[in-house]
Ligand binder design. Structure first.
Ligand SMILES: [Zn+2]
Length: 163
């Protein structure tokens, strides 16, 4: 924890994902004293918070992606991602957290499933991909199929898919 010169705990305000020297990923952690208003920022290697993050936080970049999702998708994604992060004993949600299925394994896509995904409207496509890969990972599947796609579409994207 960071303590301000005035004696109060400093509050974590936000985290930016940055590239440091040699392109190594870094986090810029912003903290603020709510007593006297002092603000500080610290660069740390990605994943090493040195106790500077006082609660579960999304990086600015991850928040930006969440903000661009359709609201009904964002709610589902936020809950699921935060549960994952807590389960892993972590506190920071990054873009990568958001875009990776939780196993971190690469999944194969059936060509037909891939073609169908291309026809999904762009604002929903990225989220459709995430939900499909997460669901497949949850079930221990290594392949995204058209039937899984139909199921997900009905569950999460019914509003977007119905005409
Ligand atoms: Zn202070």
């Amino acid at each position: 924890m960071l303590t301000c010169g005035c004696g109060r705990w400093m509050h974590t305000e936000g985290i930016e994902e940055r590239a440091g020297e040699g392109g190594a990923p870094q986090w810029f952690i912003r903290s603020e004293c709510r007593g006297c208003g002092l603000k500080v920022g610290v660069d740390v290697p990605e994943g090493q918070t040195y106790g500077l993050v006082d609660r579960l936080l999304w990086t600015d970049e991850a928040l930006h992606r969440l903000d661009r999702m359709p609201p009904y998708v964002a709610v589902l994604v936020r809950d699921e991602v935060e549960q994952d992060i807590r389960r892993q004993g972590q506190r920071v949600v990054t873009c990568e957290t958001l875009l990776r299925p939780r196993t971190g394994e690469r999944l194969d896509w059936d060509p037909e499933a891939e073609r169908r995904l291309e026809r999904v409207p762009a604002p929903v496509r990225a989220m459709a991909r995430i939900e499909l890969e997460r669901t497949a990972a949850d079930r221990g599947l290594s392949r995204i199929t058209v039937s899984l796609m139909e199921e997900i579409k009905a569950k999460y994207f019914g509003m977007a898919a119905s005409k």
